[in-house]
Design a binder for this molecule. Structure first.
Ligand code: COA
Length: 259
């Protein structure tokens, strides 16, 4: 599959998706969002892939938001369509059955912060900056920022960031619970890869079920407790469960095949 605005590579069962528009600080135009959607679908359907890392090109920016030059002259209907498209793709990231780790290597503003929040885990470099500056453009966030930010940092702090458009640095994002870990920039990709390597050793079906349970908790569409009961029962039907329990009893390392 060929891409124009992203790089897609795979190593040791981990796929890395890199938004590659460094001259625009990796701002997301419509085409790039669509390519991220295609890349996630591709990683999802590839049996050899068990985890995904999402990052931006260069050492200054993860993603500096939606591409402002693209929507400056939009009509309201075009604006709604763009926002819906972003929601569809970012929801697909959140709903991916394989863990998606955001390697936030610089500015994560607007759509960049929103995409990082749609990922399952966030590691940030020391120079990363987070913010939802849309109000400065006369806009609301359009890719889930008003819904996901309060979940991570609480309503009061989220509203403050959303209505001032202020940026916070990586340490503050860590303190607020928006990122899992802050590391020196040169260690970011390696740390994310090490994390991914730990994840790929675990049972893929169980991981997919955990992500689904947590998504049901967050999105409140279905009762997450019911989802968990069903997931637990389902996992017991899998070969991975038999492998995991036999390996424990045989005092050996399990080898999970994802079935
Ligand atoms: N959309 C389109 N282009 C963008 C962009 C965006 N969101 N963010 C940065 N760029 C472009 C700039 O226009 C500039 O392009 P140019 O060289 O052709 O003029 C290039 O990326 C470099 O950005 P620049 O502003 O010169 O870098 P900086 O270090 O001075 O500032 C930021 C960095 C991130 C603070 C600043 O670019 C910015 O505020 N970007 C917009 C952030 C935003 O509002 N995002 C939400 C959009 S809904």
């Amino acid at each position: 599959m060929s891409y124009k605005n992203i790089l897609y590579s795979c190593e040791n069962r981990v796929c890395t998706i890199t938004v590659n528009r460094p001259e625009k600080l990796n701002a997301l135009n419509r085409e790039t969002i669509a390519e991220i959607g295609r890349a996630i679908k591709s990683a999802e359907s590839d049996q050899n892939i068990r985890a995904v890392i999402l990052t931006g090109s260069g050492n200054k920016s993860f993603i500096a938001g939606a591409d402002i030059s693209e929507f400056a002259l939009f009509t309201p209907d075009q604006g709604k369509e763009l926002s819906q498209h972003g929601h569809d793709v970012f929801n697909a990231v959140e709903r991916c059955s394989k863990p998606v780790i955001a390697a936030v290597n610089g500015f994560a503003l607007g759509g960049g912060c929103e995409l990082a929040m749609a990922c399952h885990i966030r590691y940030a470099s020391e120079n990363a900056k987070f913010g939802q500056p849309e109000v400065k453009l006369g806009l609301t966030p359009g890719y889930g920022g008003t819904q996901r930010l309060p979940r991570f940092i609480g309503t009061g702090r989220a509203i403050e960031l959303l209505i001032t458009g202020d940026m916070i640095d990586a340490q503050e994002a860590y303190r607020l619970g928006l990122v899992n870990k802050v590391v020196p920039q040169q260690e970011l990709m390696n740390d994310c890869f090490q994390l991914a390597q730990k994840i790929v050793q675990q049972a893929p079906v169980a991981i997919a079920q955990v992500l689904n349970c947590v998504n049901d908790f967050m999105n409140k569409k279905t009762n997450g407790f019911d989802t968990e009961v069903n997931s637990f029962g389902y996992c017991i039907s899998t070969k991975d469960f038999k492998e995991g329990t036999s390996a424990f009893l045989d005092k050996r390392k399990p080898v999970f095949k994802g079935n």
